[in-house]
Write a protein of this length. Structure first.
Length: 690
């Protein structure tokens, strides 16, 4: 239930596209439970490192995914293909991305979009003929191995691999840094140890005789990602972009490796009106990954003694899943292709990551988006195609700014249906909360701030006078308060017993699975509270947990804010933009603008997932979101390219009290960024000096 492939809301990129999804061996012996227990010390050490990394990511604003989609020319009102993208990363100041426009005087290069400062290629944007957007696809391209150590005296010197001793490769880590006296160098002691078959040792338990190593495709020598991006920047068509990503021919008759490491959902559109979806990357071939009965992979680390290796060619090169087995589509009968970090194919629908139809090899256990954002994007596009047959740029902007909370739907259905509805006591706080949720369902579970339009201060802003937005804002606050409470009371006790960190994504997925009845649960496992030594403390049911949390949320908000008209989501759902180095002391306030009130919430398209906190707190701040929001119409007399960036481009302190790209981002306002010189209507110059 906790580690499952199936998503609670199923919506797949290539379902119904009319394009090929993915065209329709030796089994190793499993590592025994005893060998995993023997590796407990190393596994615990690795877990602590990963949890520390997770806490740092939470501090920086844990990334929560990205959205992109393309629409072909036959399904847009102006007969031009659209490309839309908003990659989600931590919200920092200065912004992670920098806007760049490069024009070549002697060739056709005309590429604009977002770059990481110092990287020569445009990562997200459009060239003269092709525009593209990216999201993380979520392929499993990393494995952890339990290594059996070989000692020389008391010192571990290598590992046991296929019956032989393989010595470690020590790799010194040298760092250069600036001091008052000039440039200095420091070298870590001891050096990083590398397991030659797998990769760096990330945890070592000499007493237990084991270590944990990590193998990742980015450590291989075949990667050619930068060239793929440069080729994409100059692509002439959708098919040309596909060749750039999959690996186009070399002059010597071979082929480049294409986009190898990053594992991104690339959607592309060209100025002829065509669209495509090319999530190319190297996914390792794992010949043994055919059944959970063979090995409970990828829930536990692999035995590193040689039985669970990635497939390799005659010269030892890594063999990747062939291109014709990966998801891909050139064109679509439904008129669009959309992604949001969800399962692109539907291989997770049967909850078995191995047994896939069409000969698709193992791609991943689970996907970052559990169906919420991709389902909403496809729902809106499908509805528009069914009613009008075409979409407009303004509708694309509205969808990118969409803040409907579809994760609330299954909870509301559960509470509204018999016999659950009959178990909510009349006149109780839970009943009052259900009345609010019922009104919210009429409003399609929209999640506005509830503050006056254009508000930038969550404290001083006036309430929104619009009754519908006020009602929806109140219900949105109630739902998120309830959701935080119900997953905490349902799962925190079990997590404490096994020493696991809180995982809101897994908690929500597991609870929705239980409430849906997909998993028989006669003993209310998870829902009953855990007592001493893991024994059941009481016989709480899942319904009890849900109704109690609903009543708790209503009472908590009533006690904190009084009358329901005071319940405003934008007062507590805020975004701030801290200095890019977290915790750096004495940072000028100009380098941490915010907090700003924001709409949206848990897994909305315009994402605003609140950071995980105790249900005793009523702060729903979040720290990651769309680092760039942009869309473009490809081709035509005027090249429309609309952008948002959460920051300013000067690199100096934030100019409070002025309209900037950051305040436009907060309010979901776009500017049109001219692609051609003939499209420029206004010129403004700024001079920067020391």
């Amino acid at each position: 239930l906790w580690m499952q492939a199936k998503s609670p809301i199923e919506s797949f990129t290539l379902a119904g596209s009319g394009a090929p999804n993915a065209p329709p061996s030796l089994v190793a012996s499993p590592s025994t439970l005893e060998s995993l227990r023997a590796a407990g010390g190393a596994i615990d050490a690795a877990t602590r490192k990963l949890e520390a990394l997770g806490q740092l990511r939470e501090l920086m604003g844990k990334p929560v995914g990205s959205n992109n989609w393309v629409v072909d020319k036959d399904h847009t009102d102006i007969g031009q293909a659209f490309v839309v993208n908003d990659p989600h990363l931590s919200l920092n100041y200065p912004a992670n991305f920098h806007l760049s426009h490069l024009i070549g005087s002697e060739d056709s290069l005309n590429v604009q979009g977002a770059i990481f400062p110092g990287v020569p290629a445009t990562l997200i944007g459009r060239g003269s003929h092709v525009g593209w957007g990216v999201t993380v696809v979520g392929y499993d391209v990393t494995d952890l191995y339990v290594e059996k150590l070989v000692f020389q005296g008391q010192n571990p010197v290598g590992i046991e691999f296929k019956g032989n001793t393989v010595p470690f490769i020590p790799v010194p880590q040298t760092y250069k840094f600036r001091t008052a006296e000039g440039l200095a160098t420091a070298t870590d002691t001891p050096p990083v140890l590398v397991s030659p078959p797998h990769g760096p040792i990330i945890a070592l338990d000499a007493q237990g005789g084991t270590a944990i190593s990590a193998r990742w495709t980015g450590q291989e020598v075949l990667t050619d990602d930068l060239r793929a991006f440069l080729r994409l920047n100059n692509a002439a068509s959708v098919d040309d972009a596909r060749l750039a990503l999959e690996g186009d021919p070399k002059p010597d008759g071979g082929s480049y490796t294409g986009y190898y490491t990053g594992a991104q959902n690339f959607v592309v559109a060209d100025d002829q009106g065509a669209i495509g979806y090319v999530p190319h990357a190297c996914v390792p071939q794992r010949p043994w990954a055919v059944s959970m009965a063979v090995y409970p992979y990828p829930v536990v680390p692999l035995d590193g003694r040689g039985s669970f290796e990635w497939a390799s060619g005659p010269n030892g090169e890594l063999l990747c899943v062939p291109n014709d087995k990966l998801p891909k589509a050139i064109g679509s009968t439904k008129g669009y292709l959309a992604t949001a970090n969800a399962d692109p194919l539907g291989v997770s629908a049967d909850n078995d990551p191995y047994a896939n139809t069409g000969g698709v090899p193992y791609l991943s256990l689970e996907w970052d988006d559990q169906g919420y954002r991709i389902a909403r994007i496809q729902e809106v596009l499908d509805e528009r195609m069914a009613t009008a047959g075409k979409v407009t740029l303004e509708e694309m902007k509205a969808l990118q700014s969409d803040h409907v909370v579809i994760v609330a739907r299954p909870f509301f259905r559960y509470l509204s249906n018999e016999p659950q509805a009959g178990q909510i006591p009349q006149g109780s706080n839970a009943a009052a909360a259900m009345d609010i949720l019922s009104d919210w369902a009429t409003g399609s579970f929209d999640c506005p701030t509830g503050l006056a339009p254009g508000a930038l201060d969550p404290v001083s802003a006036a309430n929104d006078p619009d009754p519908t937005r006020s009602t929806n804002s109140k219900a949105c606050l109630l739902f998120h308060t309830f959701l935080r409470r119900v997953i905490e009371t349902t799962f925190a006790d079990e997590e404490a017993v096994v020493g696991a960190a809180r995982s809101p994504g897994n908690e929500v997925r597991a609870l929705l699975t239980l409430l849906s009845g997909q998993v028989p649960n006669p003993n209310n496992v998870f829902c009953r509270d855990v007592g001493t030594n893991g024994a059941p403390l009481n016989n709480k049911t899942c319904l009890t947990q849900v109704v109690d949390a609903l009543g708790f949320a209503y009472a908590q908000l009533k006690n904190a804010y009084g009358d329901e008209t005071n319940w405003r989501w934008g007062r507590v759902h805020t975004a701030s933009f801290p200095f890019i180095v977290p915790g750096y002391p004495l940072i000028d306030p100009g380098f941490r603008p915010g907090p700003y009130p924001r709409p949206g919430g848990a897994w909305t398209v315009d994402v605003g997932n609140p950071s995980g906190r105790s249900s005793s707190q009523l702060s729903f701040a979040y720290g990651s979101g769309g680092n760039v929001r942009w869309l473009a119409a490809m081709g035509g007399a005027v090249e429309n390219t609309f952008m948002q960036l959460p920051g300013v481009e000067s690199g100096g302190p934030y100019p409070f009290g002025r309209q900037t790209m950051l305040t436009d981002w907060v309010l979901n306002q776009y500017f049109n960024w001219a692609h051609n010189a003939t499209d420029v209507t206004t010129v403004r110059s700024e001079t920067f000096s020391p």
